[in-house]
Design a protein around this ligand. Structure first.
Ligand code: PMP
Length: 410
């Protein structure tokens, strides 16, 4: 694969030129949210300047243009993730969290009972972990967790033990936002299907960073967020197989999602609108469409290669320091573009604050995986996460800043 022209890419992100205390920002917090390139900002600004209007097929010109753009954004996303059912299989939500809750309320609350089991992994983000805990409490279903082994990979023997005929749903994170592990989600989905269970994959850290084909995985449901893939905040996606979505009840009700309403009852409109009541995120859908175009022009396989290269470099440089503990698998094909770590004797929050003194943006905390951090035996970690515009020089700056932390705290 041809290497990325990172300098040219960076020119589309004016925010990367910002300086604090005469130091240029080093943005390594991409797993939290990525920066937005000019073409995406321009597409949204063009929407507001030229065809801002409410959707749902209004009669006037502006509404027709807005409706068309909003609908086409669904088609474009469907194409991007290999959903051959097109727009009917792509529901726009607010973010990955809302996508998970949509599934939990619409399907989980109606379908689960005391005899059912939901199988998660120990590396789930709170977005799915907390949601399924709550749905289990309400329905009497039980929740089980596939073990994470010493190297930060899923114990697939344990997965085979846990996924049984009692399993109703297997919900797994595609790429861990803490460990960087790329999980064998096709295998997990096959295991689920062997036992007539459904699979939900949390792709918040996968779709932005590698090619994803939901039909190749054979996932029944798949979720991700616009703001982690060069797109805007305020929009996320729930993909679902058409026949499953058709059978599901909506959990939000209102205008734009109905077929017929009387004083007594209502019936629902077609997919995906049945799950998108009220005024949807129109400008955000336009922005997400532009983000998908922008990513595909670069190529998802090249983006993956660039990030994996940076993650390997960061892993090796941090390991060479000798007093840094790194979490997750060694660099390789099953590790994505982020590295979580701790510096000996320094709290992650202190380290991250020292990084900020150098205008290096990294994240400290449990990254919404508290039970996993409990298992790792640390309250928090510092996470550096990479995207298309990051460079090895930025990794060098991160490693150089460790010395200040040692002097101050160790
Ligand atoms: N799942 C994973 C793996 C994530 O990394 C995140 C974001 N940190 C989420 C879910 C939640 O995404 P959002 O905040 O956009 O809902």
């Amino acid at each position: 694969l041809e290497a990325l022209d990172v300098e040219a890419i960076r020119e589309e992100f004016p925010i990367l030129e910002r300086e604090f205390d005469d130091q240029q920002v080093v943005y390594l917090d991409n797993a939290a949210t990525t920066q937005t390139p000019d073409p995406v900002v321009d597409a949204m600004s063009d929407y507001y300047r030229r065809y801002n209007s409410n959707v749902h097929r209004g009669i006037h010109h502006l509404s027709q243009e807005a409706s068309e753009a909003y609908e086409e954004a669904h088609d474009r996303v469907a194409e991007f993730i290999g959903a051959s059912g097109g727009r009917e299989e792509v529901i726009f939500t607010k973010n990955t969290t809302e996508s998970e809750n949509l599934l939990a309320y619409s399907w989980g609350l109606n379908e689960l009972g005391p005899e059912d089991e939901v199988v998660l992994t120990e590396m789930e983000h709170h977005a799915s972990l907390v949601t399924w805990q709550q749905i289990a409490m309400r329905t009497g279903a039980s929740v089980e967790y596939i073990r994470v082994d010493e190297e930060g990979r899923l114990d697939m023997d344990h997965a085979e033990e846990l996924i049984t005929d009692e399993t109703a749903l297997v919900s797994a994170v595609h790429v861990s936002n803490t460990l960087g592990t790329v999980n064998p989600v096709s295998e997990l989905t096959d295991l689920a299907h062997e036992h007539d269970a459904l699979s939900f994959i949390d792709g918040a850290q996968a779709v932005p960073n590698q090619p994803v084909d939901v039909e190749e995985i054979d996932a029944d449901f798949y979720a991700f967020s616009g703001h982690k893939m060069a797109g805007p905040t305020g929009i996320g996606v729930l993909y679902g197989k058409k026949e499953l979505l058709e059978a599901m009840e909506p959990y939000l009700y209102g205008g734009g999602m109905i077929r017929k309403v009387t004083f007594e009852e209502s019936t629902w409109g077609d997919l995906p609108w049945k799950f998108e009541p009220g005024t949807p995120p129109i400008a955000e859908a336009v922005g997400l469409h532009a983000a998908v175009d922008w990513l595909e022009e670069i190529g998802m396989d090249r983006i993956r290669e660039h990030e994996q290269d940076l993650a390997r470099y960061a892993y090796e440089r941090l390991e060479d320091e000798g007093d840094v503990e790194i979490y997750g698998p060694e660099p390789g094909p099953d590790r994505g573009g982020l590295v979580s770590f701790n510096l000996e004797n320094v709290h992650a929050h202190d380290l991250t604050s020292i990084m900020n003194d150098h205008t290096i943006a990294v994240r400290a905390g449990d990254h919404c995986t508290q039970p996993l951090h409990d298992k790792l035996g640390v309250p928090a970690s510092t996470r550096a996460s990479f995207y298309v515009y990051n460079t090895r020089e930025e990794v060098d700056k991160l490693v150089a800043a460790l010395d200040d932390a040692r002097q101050l705290f160790a």
